[in-house]
Ligand binder design. Structure first.
Ligand code: 5AD
Ligand code: SF4
Length: 477
């Protein structure tokens, strides 16, 4: 079943950082591997920054590392199993050299701390997503032969002042965290338990980080948060629900932040992820319409097309509300592409409710979707309240139906690009041929075109002459 799922959580990726030329090396090598969502990869850039400051250099071979860190994801059971397997690989290194230190970072830390540290003795350190500033201290504790742990979740930490070390491979697209945590409590989701309460980062530090990326040659920033539409900065420590009308009036909203970042430079593209339909207001759509450099691409996870299931999921909207938001996007941003997340086989989901998801997909015809079988997660509302009662064969069959329908829609949407001219940001040499380059258009579709004199970070207008199921092919005009 796994290979049928179009899974957004990336496979583990080892990240290589060139060590700073100005800082003295401590002679130790760090292996840092990340799993899960873009936020996790952005967090790894913070971790890298903190450890490079302490003199670490990096390696992409865990067998030669002095320090092995894995930044983990807990969103579905299979994400956790992959990480566990990796920990057994690392353990073999430790058997050969007991001075090697192994640490688990991120979303699995809180739940599995005792198991990893005490029961299975797989790791020396367990560090939650709000405790990365404490890493140098925790490493010192572990070097002393003691178990090191910090999984305290913070209400304030945003790492606002830390300049991340960019770990991407192309030097063109950077990811910038604008908030942390989530307060939504969707009943299926473990994130509020692993990443804590929602908090927004000070806008000036976000704009500064984006400007620095642009000055270093980056041409695209993606603003990241679990629910960016509820971004609100009202001064440090002030909670949204306690704001007076006056404080609210001078707060920075997501639409305003988006505008501030768009104004840095017209050649800096701006994307964001992820939106929540309940908070997706027209203000953001109008800001997107106003600036050419804000990409016309919206990821709006629906999860289910049935209002009763949505209520059980505690999503805070109905099918009708969601479709109204889609209509607003089509009205204000007629060129926008829309993608989504869908969970199939949630507790008690009937065949008719599953059909509602398929019919909603028909109505929207998403460009793209991440599709998952429901996976029960510990501590969540659904785990406590509902039975995970859709048999796995049925989940699997429904998922196949959803994936097949999405494949059809993606093809239809890709074909709509034929004959059109798109402004494309050049990102890479094409995987298929060194004579070709690839990049993406504003709608986030991959476009392939002849190399000519183009280099990464350039913009080029491409007339689309043919396509495959998901890629546009064309010539520069
Ligand atoms: N089971 C399956 N999918 C899940 N997601 C979140 N929690 C679960 C779960 N327990 C999916 C949702 C979310 C995406 C990031 O992961 O679709 O939008
Ligand atoms: Fe999870 Fe819902 Fe928050 Fe997304 S919005 S992280 S699905 S609780």
């Amino acid at each position: 079943m796994e290979n049928k799922i179009i899974d957004e959580s990336k496979q583990g990726e080892a990240l290589e950082i060139k060590s700073s030329e100005t800082l003295p090396s401590n002679g130790k090598k760090l292996f840092l591997e990340s799993y899960g969502c873009q936020m996790n990869f952005a967090d790894s850039e913070i971790v890298a920054s903190i450890l490079i400051d302490k003199g670490y250099t990096t390696t992409t071979d865990y067998k030669e590392a002095d320090l092995i860190f894995v930044n983990t994801c807990a969103i579905r059971e299979n994400a956790e199993s992959r990480v566990r397997q990796r920990l057994y690989d690392y353990k073999k290194v430790k058997r050969k050299n007991k001075d090697v230190l192994i640490g688990v970072l991120g979303c699995m830390a809180e739940r599995l701390k005792h198991q990893f540290l005490e029961q299975e003795k797989l790791v020396d350190m367990v560090v939650g997503p709000d405790a990365y500033r404490d890493l140098p201290n925790l490493i010192a504790v572990a070097e002393d032969g003691q178990q090191a742990i910090n999984v305290i979740l913070s209400k304030e930490e945003t790492y606002a002042d830390i300049s991340p070390v960019r770990l991407d491979h192309n030097g063109v697209s950077a990811f910038v965290s604008i908030m942390r945590g989530c307060d939504n409590m969707c009943s299926f989701c473990v994130v509020p338990f692993t990443r804590g309460r929602e908090r927004s980062r000070e806008p000036e530090t976000i704009v500064r980080e984006c400007r620095e990326a642009f000055d270093k040659g980056y041409r695209e920033v993606t603003l990241l948060g679990q629910n960016v539409n509820s971004y609100l900065w009202s001064g440090g420590g002030l909670k949204k629900e306690n704001l007076t009308d006056e404080q609210r009036a001078i707060s920075t909203t997501f639409a305003q932040l988006l505008e501030m970042v768009a104004l840095i430079n017209p050649d800096l593209r701006v994307r964001y992820s992820t939106s929540h339909p309940k908070d997706m207001g027209d203000d953001v759509l109008y800001t997107m319409a106003k600036y050419d450099n804000i990409c016309k691409c919206i990821h709006l996870p629906v999860q289910s097309g049935n209002s009763d299931v949505l209520e059980k999921m505690n999503r805070g909207y109905t099918r009708e509300w969601y479709l109204d938001r889609i209509a607003a996007i089509r009205r204000i941003l007629p060129d926008a592409s829309i993608s989504t997340d869908i969970i199939t086989g949630f507790c008690g989901e009937t065949e008719a409710q599953h059909q509602d998801t398929l019919s909603l997909m028909e109505e929207v015809k998403y460009e793209f979707a991440y599709m998952f079988s429901y996976s029960e997660r510990p501590k969540t509302l659904a785990e406590r309240k509902y039975e995970d009662d859709v048999p796995s064969e049925i989940k699997s069959r429904r998922l196949t139906e959803i994936v097949d329908l999405q494949r059809k829609h993606s093809e239809i949407r890709t074909k709509e690009g034929l004959g059109k001219v798109f402004r494309v940001l050049v990102e890479n040499v094409s995987k298929k041929s060194i004579e070709m380059m690839s990049g993406r258009n504003s709608q986030n579709t991959i476009v392939v075109f002849p190399k000519g004199n183009l280099k990464k970070g350039d913009y080029v207008n491409v007339l689309v002459t043919s396509c495959t199921s998901g890629t546009l092919i064309g010539e520069c005009v």
